[in-house]
Write a protein that binds this ligand. Structure first.
Ligand SMILES: [Zn+2]
Length: 462
């Protein structure tokens, strides 16, 4: 099933259940304390806290999301910085029974997922908040309708607050008085073609990091409010649901590699053709192609929502994404012929990032043409912003690489020198040395940074 169909089916399903479809908010939030919209819930916070939503108590949408904290995670088969989150909300309307029933119905009937491949989680409770028995019982009933006996630790798994508790603070303990919070319940899809890797633990389970289980849905139940002596039940309970579209599509296709679904594959194909490299298990270019495909898509969405490359805030993150793409292109296996502008093959480094990357905007436009947020756009301006930033970076990269070549072993000192002389951000220095198989210590780098700061302070007194 294609991504556009999954998205549409979700809208149709929840519209039939009385929800109103609302457009995606910008990837740049109106709240200046946060750099990016990283979940569908973010623009809904005022309504979850009690403000009346103009469209009513039941809302459905697909939200463009970006998670800058995941930049270094990209490269495996499932992590991305940009994604679409399908969401539905109940603002003081329905609660657990309806929500979990609809999630199960949507996944197994509308998307046709095999219920035998679905595994779920619930909150195990702690000293102050009871175990979420209600959620466990609802799931047991639902699986029973599919002829499955859902036993604890086999089909339903209980986890603590770190995994199954939603709060805007770090933990239930650190929640300020008056703050709402509550348990959540996730659904995981099992890729049984993948074998568990014991390096992630003795036994595999939904939250294992080996890649066998993929989280595809999460229902948050805003049920409690923190008081000075513990928690009380909220009079108005809310539901917040989020499911990554890319992951749902991967589950529908039983495809553990998210980059092979139609939301990424056309970008990878264009890269394969332009760079003449291969993609797949065991190919050393695979991780690089995933990083480039993810980052260029994220960059396109950021520029479209008004971000320009700069040295601060969102602009800095955009700059980091584009520079990281350039470094990845540079580090791909050498000596393969690339296509030059007239289409002929040549052996030179015609695959320079400023030629290759702006062209990837085209497959991205094709991928998202059916969405309401990609109908129109100044595509030339997006291509130009990408090209200009990479042309500027080219000379810096060349000089820095020459310097890095001369360094046998990285230390905090020579990493800091690169920062000072070429303006390379730490993350980029880290990246360049990783390509050389060396790890830069953040601690040592920071130590040098501090030493330098102290020296310049002393200097100002002389
Ligand atoms: Zn595992």
């Amino acid at each position: 099933m294609k991504s556009s169909k999954v998205r549409q089916k979700y809208f149709d399903f929840f519209t039939k259940k009385g929800h109103k479809l609302t457009p995606s908010s910008s990837i740049i939030p109106s709240d200046p304390t946060t750099l990016f919209t990283s979940a569908g819930m973010q623009p809904m916070i005022p309504y979850l806290l009690g403000e009346a939503h103009p469209q009513g108590k039941r809302i459905v949408n697909s939200q463009k999301c970006f998670r800058s904290q995941d930049i270094m995670e990209v490269g495996d088969n499932r992590h991305t910085t940009f994604f679409e989150m399908l969401g539905n909300w109940s603002f003081g309307d329905y609660f657990k029974k309806e929500q979990l029933g609809w999630v199960f119905e949507f996944l197994t009937k509308d998307l046709g997922l095999d219920p035998n491949k679905l595994y779920v989680t619930a909150f195990e409770g702690n000293g102050q908040i009871p175990k979420d028995r209600e959620t466990v019982e609802i799931w047991q009933e639902l699986f029973k309708t599919a002829g499955i006996e859902a036993k604890l630790n086999e089909r339903i798994f209980l986890y603590g607050a770190a995994k199954n508790w939603w709060t805007r603070a770090d933990s239930p303990e650190s929640m300020p008085e008056g703050e709402p919070g509550g348990p959540d319940s996730e659904v995981f899809y099992l890729f049984d073609q993948i074998t568990h890797d014991p390096k992630f633990g003795k036994k595999c389970h939904p939250n294992c990091d080996c890649g066998r289980f993929l989280e595809i849905a999460n229902s948050v139940f805003m049920q409690y409010q923190k008081k000075d002596k513990g928690f009380i039940e909220l009079p108005q309970k809310n539901v917040d649901f989020g499911g990554g579209l890319e992951r749902l599509v991967a589950a529908c296709q039983n495809q553990p590699d998210i980059f092979k679904i139609d939301l990424f594959w056309p970008i990878i194909e264009k890269l394969k053709e332009d760079l003449r490299v291969e993609y797949g298990d065991g190919q050393n270019s695979t991780a690089s192609l995933r990083v480039i495909a993810d980052h260029i898509k994220a960059a396109t969405f950021l520029i479209k929502d008004g971000v320009t490359p700069s040295n601060k805030m969102q602009g800095y993150v955009l700059r980091r994404l584009l520079r990281r793409c350039a470094v990845k292109i540079h580090a791909l296996p050498q000596g393969r012929p690339a296509r030059s502008a007239d289409g002929s093959l040549n052996d030179s480094r015609a695959w320079e990032a400023n030629d290759i990357l702006p062209k990837l905007v085209d497959p991205i436009i094709d991928i998202y043409q059916e969405t309401d947020y990609f109908q129109t756009g100044d595509w030339d301006q997006i291509r130009q912003t990408i090209a200009e930033e990479l042309i500027k970076f080219k000379q810096t990269l060349k000089r820095g690489l020459r310097q890095i070549k001369k360094i046998d072993k990285v230390t905090g000192k020579n990493a800091f020198d690169l920062y000072q002389s070429y303006g390379f951000p730490f993350e980029l220095i880290e990246e360049l040395f990783l390509e050389k198989g060396q790890k830069v210590s953040r601690e040592e780098f920071d130590k040098e940074f501090k030493k330098h700061q102290e020296l310049s302070h002393q200097g100002s007194f002389l």
